[in-house]
Design a protein around this ligand. Sequence first.
Ligand SMILES: [Zn+2]
Length: 374
Amino acid sequence: MSQTAYSQQFGRELDVKQLLKLRGVTASIAQSDFDLSPGERDWVRADLLCPSCRCTGASVVLSDVVKPRGGNTRQAHFRFLNSDGRTAHTLGCDFYPLDDEPGLTRGVDVLFTADDRDTRVVRELVCKAMAIGALSRTDIFNMRAWFLTQRDTNSFVVAGTSAMVDWLFTIRGLPTYEALAFDPIHVGLPGFDAKAAARRHLAFLHKDLLAGVPRAAFDAPVRDRVKRLLSSHRGGRLIAMEPLRPLFDKTVTLGTLMVDYGALKLPKSRFDYFKQNAPSALTALSATLLFVSNWDLAAAFARFARIHGAPLPDDLTAGNVMGLNPFHDFSALEMARFIAALPPESERDYDAQAEFAAVSAMIQRAIAAAGGRP
Ligand SMILES: [Zn+2]
């Protein structure tokens, strides 16, 4: 579901509230279908396009997304369905539904509510940028269209199980940089620790695999997200993000510089590459500035400096258009791609605890042979 839709009649991107105002329609937010007349619904269907892939089939809906820290849980959204009642979005679209679970979104929507400090800061920057001509709606649309093509052309076939995700999660947590094959002679060293030695030995056994694991966040929420992607899309196709990695890296760098130099007052004030905690609106702005600067970091940052120093215009609706992060789900998609390339469960076991137990037993035997140490 998308927070905004592109109106062909009005020639701009609108959220539900703005649309209803322009159409002169009073709608009841208490009704899940907004109590719109059939004629108005037909107009919505015929006029509105997805802001990302430009598909048709729009309707206005209330989502059940539960926002953290309370707030309005019934946000107005646009939904795009084809005549079969399935999603009308293309695979690479920002709004292609990755989850079958109702109420889950891809986290690309930026809700421009007054108390949302992340997006207010970014929204003001976008409005300033448009006012001084440092960014235009065309630039933003071109960026989206470009990313859409990139994502549609790079995909992989989804394969793998939850057990494989859990296995990789544990193996990825091993001390990669201290990988060491166990040798019975280690037992005599005063700092020898059987458990740590087992983890280092396992890391050694998997060093080739660990070297190939994508450089991306892989915390518990990402792990759970990968499991949902696998179960929802097994045998289907998903976007391969790896070709976009150099651009993602630059986007993170520019975002960090913008926060630092601009002293941007964001609750999560620092990007962390491996936590991916950047507000999606900031990531979206960063990517757009780079896109219009031919991915030249210095040029994009100079553009940011000009924008930052510009006066704030009165009309802040122009900032709506920034609400998409082209790198959403980067980590989960990368991990899913990696898992899809692993040997299937029919060819090998994916049980990290069993592997750890086997290595521990081998070490315990060596300890016993050395005369027994704790
Ligand atoms: Zn779409």
